[in-house]
Write a protein that binds this ligand. Structure first.
Ligand code: HEM
Length: 486
């Protein structure tokens, strides 16, 4: 960052159109350093710092081949994701996701005009978004939330890594919705094969790659990113291939899961086996480190602010009474719980920076022309902390979501100061699932379980610093001690 010259209001050199203001173009090698400096560590913060210098819309051109435009205000987010969303409904495709042609079958990277992308959205919508699908999968979520409580009960009195235990539950819920089997053995902590594969993909995709700054170098795969991604994808496809084989071998028995739906499309030659594997990979990449990280952040804030923890637990016990386990049907009676989840996602949107690509000529944003194929980055993290949109933005105050004027502040609300699941055509397909599962898990692990800080820590010692890999997690994992109350 220190390499960037501060030329407020000037146009980026080398661009044929007057792009939004931004750092002046630098010689080739320095541009590469800039690119790595910007995107390697906590890009949400680096981009927010640049927005303080250049304003809510700015641009930069690493390698002078690819243009990035960064948006950091609610009004610009609305313009890009909703009003002009149809021209920005594609995603920038980093080189490493081209490994094994993953991008050519992936919902997250296919252009929105591609019929396969539309078909994937419909297939997942049936199970993750529609009322019928959510009702059908409700017992899966209830069962796994309950198993999580039983696991914590067995760990009573010992420190656990909060994110890790919830990771197991979140992935098993998704794997049961996909193919009615578990992918994580809850009793094996660390060294879990599935976790390692997904972790490998996350690790690779979160690193900036020289092939993206200088596409002409991409065939050389200089950093080996595509090669390593291929290895992990192969392992994942092999795992999914096993589920597909078993299902086909078992004959026509119906499971009402996403694999049934995918195999029906396969039988009609509308979906290949490789495309099924890619769709399932999307689902795990989307679900693996999102719900669990949100629960971990919420727990970190509640352990840091014991009064808020007490307020939430009082609400839960008043509604649940002597009931042993929380069920999804209880959630509607717990407004403070939902406010805690919303506030957690405001401060820590798991996907802090949304990427889109301009797919038409003549598009403008904030009054600036934005050329075809520009990569547009919407900094949801910065928008969630915009002092012109939020009172005391750095404070954890769930109460702000309960006030009368918070009506537009919900996951699909009209206020673009709050869109942690994105917006428009490419809005997160896991929204409705996560909006049920995250509060369910949080309420489940707070009902009848007292949480203590380990190793003599006090609430002030809870570390709330973040670290962005592909997703925005805690810089250090949260440890806490569950104490089960009978
Ligand atoms: C707390 C939970 C989650 C948050 C905050 C979150 C957030 C997001 C965001 C911000 C995007 C980009 C949206 C845009 O471009 O406008 C996204 C995309 C996506 N998410 Fe999620 N997500 C969550 C959970 C999930 C889950 C549980 C799944 C799968 C079951 C999932 C699957 C995906 C996929 C496949 C995409 C790409 C969609 C496309 O490009 O068409 N997400 N998510």
């Amino acid at each position: 960052l220190y390499l960037l010259h501060k030329h407020k209001g000037k146009h980026v050199s080398g661009a044929s159109l007057p792009l939004p203001p931004g750092p002046v173009g630098l010689p080739l090698i320095e541009n590469a350093v800039t690119f790595f400096g910007l995107l390697r560590h906590n890009p949400h913060r680096a981009l927010a710092r640049l927005a303080e210098v250049y304003g809510p819309i700015f641009s930069f051109r690493p390698g002078k081949t690819c243009t990035f435009v960064v948006l950091s205000s609610p009004a610009l987010a609305r313009e890009a994701l909703a009003e002009k969303g149809v021209f920005l409904a594609n995603r920038f495709v980093p080189d490493s996701v081209r490994a094994l042609a993953y991008n050519a079958g992936s919902m997250a990277f296919l252009p929105s005009s591609n019929p396969l992308w539309k078909q994937h959205r419909v297939t997942t919508g049936v199970h993750l978004t529609s009322g019928k699908g959510l009702n059908m999968t409700r017992p899966i979520r209830d069962r796994h939330a309950r198993q999580l409580v039983e696991l914590l009960r067995a760990c009573s009195g010992r420190p656990v890594k909060v994110g890790e235990v919830v990771f197991g539950a979140a992935n098993n819920v998704i794997s049961n919705i996909l193919f009615s089997e578990n992918v994580v053995d809850l009793h094996v902590q660390g060294g879990e094969p599935f976790k390692d594969i997904v972790g490998g993909l996350f690790g690779e995709w979160s690193k900036p790659n020289i092939s993206d700054a200088f596409p002409f170098l991409a065939p050389l795969d200089l950093l080996g990113s595509r090669r390593r991604t291929s290895k992990n994808l192969e392992k994942l496809y092999k795992l999914f291939g096993g589920f597909i084989e078993r299902r086909l071998a078992a004959g026509g028995e119906s499971h009402n899961d996403m694999l049934d739906a995918a195999l029906q499309l396969h039988a009609k030659s509308k979906l290949t086996r490789s495309e099924i594997a890619k769709l399932f990979t999307d689902m795990f990449i989307g679900a693996s480190e999102t719900s669990n990280i949100t629960v971990e952040w919420a727990m970190a804030h509640l352990l840091h602010l014991p009064k808020k923890m007490e307020k939430l637990r009082s609400e839960i016990s008043a509604v649940l009474g002597s009931k042993d386990f929380v069920e999804e049907s209880d959630l509607d009676k717990l407004p403070y719980l939902h406010a805690v989840v919303k506030e957690t996602l405001r401060l820590h949107p798991v996907v802090p920076v949304v990427t889109r690509e301009v797919s038409a000529d003549g598009v403008s944003l904030g009054g600036f022309p934005v050329p075809l194929f520009t990569c547009v980055l919407v900094n949801l993290w910065a928008i969630g902390r915009d002092p012109t949109a939020w009172h005391e933005p750095e404070e954890f105050k769930p109460e702000r979501f309960l006030s009368a004027d918070a009506e537009a502040l919900h996951f699909r609300g009209s206020d673009f100061a709050y869109r942690p699941f994105g917006a428009g055509r490419r809005m997160c397909p896991g929204l409705d699932f996560a909006a049920k599962f995250v509060p369910l898990v949080l309420a489940s692990i707070l009902h009848r379980i007292d949480w203590k800080l380990p190793y003599g820590m006090t609430p002030d010692d809870v570390d709330l610093s973040d670290h962005c890999t592909l997703v925005l997690g805690l810089a250090k994992p949260l440890y806490a001690v569950p104490v089960y109350r009978t």
